[in-house]
Design a protein around this ligand. Structure first.
Ligand code: AMP
Length: 213
């Protein structure tokens, strides 16, 4: 099974991707995590991506497409994957479709997690993420059991530098201008399944599982 999780920053893609990948045994491929990993390792890719990420803007398509197509070509993705944060532009969606088509493959479903703008901004400003496994938490809605410590792996939690107020606004704006058109693109392709992301995490998770089957 090959899935795409679509939704604005803060819609809950990261959280839901973790439970979906566990439920279906699929590899979770998160473009933002891959960029952050490259940045930590100080690779050319990370250095190239940094200035865009710091401003809440999209890393150029060419770089992003190459990174993701390279990742999903690895053997662990053979049985299936969940894309989280990719595609974010029509060009990325088309490049993905063409690359899969060459291998007689396709995206099976696109799960769109819909959340209101007010809710997105609220969620992003209280968000923290595990430094080790990237699991997202929220100070109010989804706090870890022990302050500052990841429930899942015991790693330290931190606030992403691009979760500050100004960058959050830019990221939400970029989402509506560049990524929201994909809703139409995948609806026309007959692949889009919409889920109300404003509900409890467990309810959203259940509805996403139901939407894939
Ligand atoms: P995320 O963790 O998905 O919120 O992504 C963090 C940042 O990484 C974004 O604000 C972009 O700068 C960059 N990024 C992640 N995915 C993509 C993508 N598909 N296309 C372009 N830039 C991306």
């Amino acid at each position: 099974m090959r899935l795409v999780l679509l939704g604005a920053p803060g819609a809950g893609k990261g959280t839901q991707a973790v439970s979906l990948s566990e439920a279906f045994g699929l590899v979770h491929v998160a473009s933002g995590d891959l960029f952050r990993e490259a940045l930590r390792e100080g690779t050319d890719l990370g250095i190239q991506a940094k200035s865009y990420m710091d401003r809440g803007q999209l890393v150029p398509d060419e770089v992003t497409i190459m990174m993701i197509l390279g990742r999903i070509a690895r053997p662990d993705c053979e049985k299936g994957f969940i894309l989280d944060g990719f595609p974010r532009t029509l060009e990325q969606a088309q490049a993905l479709e063409e690359a899969l088509k060459k291998e007689a493959k396709a995206i099976d479903k696109v799960l769109y997690i819909k959340v209101s703008v007010e809710e997105l901004v609220k969620r992003l400003s209280g968000r923290c993420v595990c430094r080790v496994c990237q699991m997202p938490y929220h100070n109010t809605y989804c706090a870890p059991e022990a302050n500052g410590i990841c429930d899942r792996c015991g790693g330290q939690l931190f606030q992403r530098p691009d979760d500050n107020d100004e960058t959050v606004k830019e990221r939400v704006k970029v989402y509506f201008s560049n990524t929201a058109p994909l809703i139409d693109y995948y609806t026309k392709a007959g692949k889009l399944q919409e889920v109300n992301g404003g509900q409890e995490v467990e309810i959203v998770a259940r509805e996403l599982v139901a939407a894939t089957t």
